[in-house]
Design a protein around this ligand. Sequence first.
Ligand SMILES: NC(=O)c1ccc[n+]([C@@H]2O[C@H](COP(=O)([O-])OP(=O)(O)OC[C@H]3O[C@@H](n4cnc5c(N)ncnc54)[C@H](O)[C@@H]3O)[C@@H](O)[C@H]2O)c1
Length: 246
Amino acid sequence: MLQGRKALITGGSRGIGREIVLKLLRNGASVYYIDLNPGDSLDEFKELAEQHGLAVVYKEGNVADESTITTVVEEILAEAEGIDILVNNAGITRDGLIFRMSSKDWTDVLNINLNSAFYISKVVAHHMVKRRAGSIVNIASIVGVIGNAGQTNYSASKAGMIGLTKSLAREVAARNVRVNAVAPGFIDTVMTQKLNQEQREALTRQIPMGRIGEPEEVAKVVLFLASDLSSYLTGQVIHITGGMGM
Ligand SMILES: NC(=O)c1ccc[n+]([C@@H]2O[C@H](COP(=O)([O-])OP(=O)(O)OC[C@H]3O[C@@H](n4cnc5c(N)ncnc54)[C@H](O)[C@@H]3O)[C@@H](O)[C@H]2O)c1
């Protein structure tokens, strides 16, 4: 589906990002991923890439540090000789009621979840516009649409991601560059494994499908948005929530 394409993904070492790396490799794209560490999956990625005659390259970088990340992304653009797909996925939570939230917890979440997408999209969208082709997929969250007590910082970052997606989509649409977002609900990763059993059960009760989602269920939709299957789709936010927040 993605034969000959090259993808750049942030936060590809584990969780949803890891599944996106696997999904894109299995569908014919070479993958560059940026993270704070390579994670446990680099050997698995390399084996898969080799089987399919593709490349997978890990680059260390903090997505919240504008000058570092700009250098790393420019390096990747030069090395890959072109990027067709960008997935802004890296993200963190620092939960707490606003009365107790430190400015650092607010700023860290906004920097890593939202400002990073500005820094990286600025460079990559420019490159895609010049090539008259590209697909950008931003990983937002249902919490950016409906809010969540204890997550003012996180939901603000994800609502910001949705605004960035729609505005950038309008800026680059005429140059055949598409920009979309996904808004996952409750997905089983390290991020959500922090919740205790009682919190998980309470959350699950709010999901019409009655279960937590798997990272692969997000990766499948990212594949659709990255590929030509979604060739006439831009500025959209697809909810992947088992019906939560519909
Ligand atoms: N898990 C969920 O329920 C859920 C729901 C909605 C949205 N999301 C979003 O999906 C994305 C992935 O989340 P996940 O659940 O896989 O989380 P995760 O914590 O398992 O993975 C996040 C990845 O991002 C990387 N990362 C964090 N800070 C970074 C930085 N400063 N620079 C570079 N890399 C960094 C981490 O090292 C890690 O590999 C996030 O944007 C998250 O907000 C997750």
